[in-house]
Design a protein around this ligand. Structure first.
Ligand code: ZN
Ligand code: ZN
Length: 180
């Protein structure tokens, strides 16, 4: 399985490498590269009333890039704040059994919560959210175990509590999907 990491809008390029390394650790037999392009943030996805971008309007563009680039999966990374209707925000979104996943770095920095900068924590959170969303593209749903990376993050506390790993039963599903 090969994954391309696609920056959407202005993104710290170092983060795509960090996230790539997290994905390599989580998924067996994976190859992971940064896309040669940067996707512009789709203007139509911006909701001025919320000052946020509608994740579900960006995801199809990510998917289109997957087809164009012949990658198995694409992980879009953006620094804009994402939402889906009926939710205040989302850390990311993915197509269930599809080729596209998307995460936002916006709410992953400790500074967002009025805490001190912590690069290591920021990178760890981004890795977890990336693994989680790629997990959805492999057909994994949300896991009830709070330590499993497939646990749904309703807040950053959930993200911090869960590990960067799959629980045994989720990992079994991953292995079945990636065929190792
Ligand atoms: Zn999820
Ligand atoms: Zn699990």
């Amino acid at each position: 399985m090969n994954i391309l990491i696609l920056p959407i809008g202005q993104v710290d390029m170092h983060m795509s490498d960090t996230i790539g390394n997290s994905l390599l650790k989580a998924f067996p037999g994976l190859s992971c590269n940064r896309a040669g392009d940067v996707l512009a943030v789709p203007e139509e996805a911006y909701n001025p009333a919320r000052n946020q971008h509608n994740s579900s309007m960006i995801l199809p563009k990510v998917s289109g890039y997957a087809v164009k680039s012949q990658a198995d999966k694409i992980l879009g990374i953006t620094d804009v704040d994402l939402y889906v209707p009926r939710m205040n925000f989302v850390f990311g979104e993915a197509q269930y059994l599809g080729n596209a996943a998307l995460i936002s770095l916006y709410r992953l920095r400790p500074e967002f919560y009025g805490e001190l900068q912590n690069r290591e924590l920021f990178e760890e959170r981004a890795g977890k959210e990336a693994i989680h969303e790629i997990g959805h593209t492999l057909g994994l749903g949300h896991c009830k175990k709070p330590n499993c990376v497939m646990f749904f993050s309703n807040s950053i506390l959930d993200t911090d509590r869960k590990k960067s790993d799959f629980c045994d039963s989720c990992y079994l599903l991953v292995r079945r999907q990636v065929g190792t």
